[in-house]
Design a protein around this ligand. Sequence first.
Ligand code: ADP
Length: 397
Amino acid sequence: MKVLVLNCGSSSIKFQLIEMENEEVLAKGQTEKIGSQEAIFTYKPKGKEKIVRTQAIVSHDVAIEVVLRALMDPYEGVLKSKTEIDGIGHRLVHGGEEFVDSVLIDEEVKKGVRRCIQFAPLHNPHNLRGVEACEQLLPGVPQVGVFDTAFHHTLPLQAYLYALPIKFYREHKIRRYGFHGTSHAYVARKAAEYVGKPVESLKIITCHLGNGASITAVDRGHSVETSMGFTPLEGLIMGTRCGDIDPALIPHIADLEKLTLAQVDALLNKKSGMLGLTEKTNDFREIEDAAAAGDQQSIWALEAFCHRLKKYIGAYSAVLGGLDILVFTAGIGEHSPLVRAATLKNMEYLGISVDEAKNQANAFDIGTGRVKVLVIPTNEELAIARDTLRILKERSS
Ligand code: ADP
C-alpha cells in the first residue's frame, strides 16, 4: 500500500510517497515559491540523484500536478500509474475543538476545517487547497487529515484556559490549543518503545526544537501541557518568534514605533526570537559558530533560549509530578549538543544528568541519571502516513 503525504503551506508543498509494507520512502521533495514564474521543484526518488528545477508553478493545483508527473515519469518516476496511490495523508494545522483525531476527509470534514480558518488563517486555507487539488487530480483516492492540534485535545481545562473574560472562550473558543502534536506523539511513543514500557505507564517531556519550537508534557500517553497556545507564537524562544512576552508590550511597542497591530504581529512572529536577538540569523549553526567566535549577542541569544527551555522543563516536571523520560527532537534538538548541555546543566536534583561524550556524539541515549534523556529523530511524514493507513483500515473493517 502506498501513501502520498502532503504538507501544503501558503507558497510551498512538501511531499513524500511511502510504501507502507516496509515504511520505505519511495520519493520525496518539495515545491517552493508557488505562484511565481520561478518556483523551485526539488525531487529525490529512491536510489537516484536529487533533481532541482526552476519552473513556473502558478497554483497549488499545478504544484501537485508537477509532483504527480515526476512520480510517474518514465525515467525519474517511481510509479507506473496514479492508481498505485492508495491514500493521501494531509498535514492539517488547526482542528480547533472539533477534531480530536485524524479523519477521513469528506464534505463535512472540509466544512469543519473551513470553520477552523478563524484560528489559523495563514495555514488552513492552503491545507484545504491541497485537499481540493487532490480531489481533481486523484479522484476517488481517499484522503485523510492529520491535525497538528489533535494530540493536545487531552489538555485539561486548567492548562488550556487563558485568564481572560470567560466569554472569549465560550463565544470565540479562544484558548490554548498547542501545535507540533504529530511530532510530540511520535517521539513519545518511540521513547516508550525504547525503554520497553507501555507509554501508559510513563511521564515524558518532549522538546521539539526546530525553527518553530515547543515542549509538551505527556502523562501516560496524553498531552497535559504544551507551550504553544492559541497560535504557535506562545512559549519557547524560536527562530523568528518571541515566545512568551508580557502582553502589555504589544500596545507599548505599537506606540513606540508607530506600528499597526498587524505590523506588531509580524514583528513578533518574523523579526523576533533568535533573529531579533542576534540581529543576524535564525540559523542555530551560524549562531553557535558566531558565539564560539565571541559574538556577544549570539551568546546572549543562546543563553536566553536555553534558560527558557530549562524553565519549562522544570515547570512541566512539576505538572507531571515526576519525570521518566526527557526527549530532544527536530533540527536543534537532534543536532545541538551545546543547547542540550546548557539547558540541562544543574538539573541533577531532578534526576537529569548527561554523559558529555554521548551528548557530543548526538547519541540516542545520553542520560546518566534516573531520568532517561533521549535524542530521537522526529518523522512527521511517517507519522502522518501511519495515521492515514490506520484510518483507511478502520474504514474498510
Ligand atoms: P523546521 O522544520 O521547523 O523548519 P528544523 O527541525 O529543520 O526546522 O530545524 C531547523 C533548525 O535546526 C535550524 O535553526 C538549524 O540551524 C538547526 N540545526 C540543524 N542542524 C544543526 C546542527 N548541526 N547544529 C545546530 N543546529 C542545527
